[in-house]
Design a protein around this ligand. Sequence first.
Ligand code: NDP
Length: 432
Amino acid sequence: MAEMVHAPLVTYVSMLSLLTLCPPFVVLLWYTMVHADGSVLQTANYLRENGLQGFLHIWPNPTSIAWKIIAFYAAFEAALQLFLPGKRVEGPISPTGNRPVYKANGLLAYVVTLVTYLGLWWFGIFNPVIVYDHLGEIFSALIFGSFIFCIFLYIKGHVAPSSTDSGSSGNIIIDFYWGMELYPRIGKNFDIKVFTNCRFGMMSWAVLAVTYCIKQYETYGSIADSMLVNTTLMLVYITKFFLWEAGYWNTMDIAHDRAGFYICWGCLVWVPSIYTSPGMYLVNHPVNLGVQLSLYILVAGILCIYVNYDCDRQRQEFRKTNGRCLVWGKAPSKIVASYATTSGETKTSLLLTSGWWGLSRHFHYVPEILAAFFWTVPALFNHFLPYFYVLFLTILLFDRAKRDDDRCKSKYGKYWKLYCEKVPYRIIPGLY
Ligand code: NDP
């Protein structure tokens, strides 16, 4: 049963507005970055003068070349996910007692994808500039295609769920929006959320980051240092993601959020369009920062990505070793928290209360947001739109921290209360 973490009215209003506003927003953002110099004002003036007709005019058609690019990419990633070798990894035990099994081949898939993409360009087989030049059409196709895919997930959840971790809330909009299945699969091995979230979504972020670089290179004959800093930081972040992909399979996205519009449409459309948007802006704004400033931003960004990685690593190592590890050179302090599964069984989990997890309950979101700021700041401050992702991420993570706290409170009860007493701040130590 999908839980409502906010008041019902807030939930309905936010669901319906996300369902109706996100698709046009993706198109407007792309249009502003690529055709309106990144200026929100310019787009707003255009819309004021031309109204709805003008908006419909800029909405690109999902052309056959766009569908072909998406189909090739999706098929390639699906094949890598299915056929590349990888260690067998078990996910966390689900609320109904299932333990999903995965093949950890994400890093290899990431390397193969980037090498193949750069190879196709280098040997003149496929020019990534084609992707940039059809970006609007690709986003348009993704908007419609992913919507249909979410309808498929909804129907599958009703008629052919892959496991007992599935169910209906009794409300069609909630089922469609939050999803029905926790671990939908095609056959035994093809995990749909690994595909949508990791191999399509996160991978497309890297592919598009490289595409933007190549487009700038082919347009201007060189790559500005601002673009290099942006692309390097984004690639470091995505490399970290794939290095740690099996860890990601233990997080809220996979272990708690069901496969519906919120997660899947988000990963299939929002990640390629919004997450990559600072790079999309830089293509036509080749700012030169100079070596010193570039290095400062690069080092600050890498540091943030490292701290974010270390927070996740610390929690996972602590859980994997059952608390028998060192945290910042000392034995960890912890709470042994028991909880009941939906089948009434009592289980225990360990909550780490030292290291990063002793600073605040979601400290890892701080370096996550700062890293995004550092890969955006090469765009300097002429326009607000490149910073939209940082703003969006901040809202997303503050909301997520609340959702996670509420979920943990209902899961662990008095033990979570104890954790909150020991570690009183939710995200920013001393402030919030
Ligand atoms: P996690 O799932 O990693 O952590 C939350 C879970 O960890 C809780 O639900 C709880 O699960 C467990 N937990 C909570 N406190 C403790 C503790 N003190 N000790 C041990 N376990 C604890 O969080 P996220 O999925 O939000 O984040 C994972 C990563 O993904 C982060 O690096 C984050 O920054 C990144 N991220 C990036 C986003 C983006 O769009 N760029 C969006 C969201 C996340 P349990 O039920 O097992 O106890």
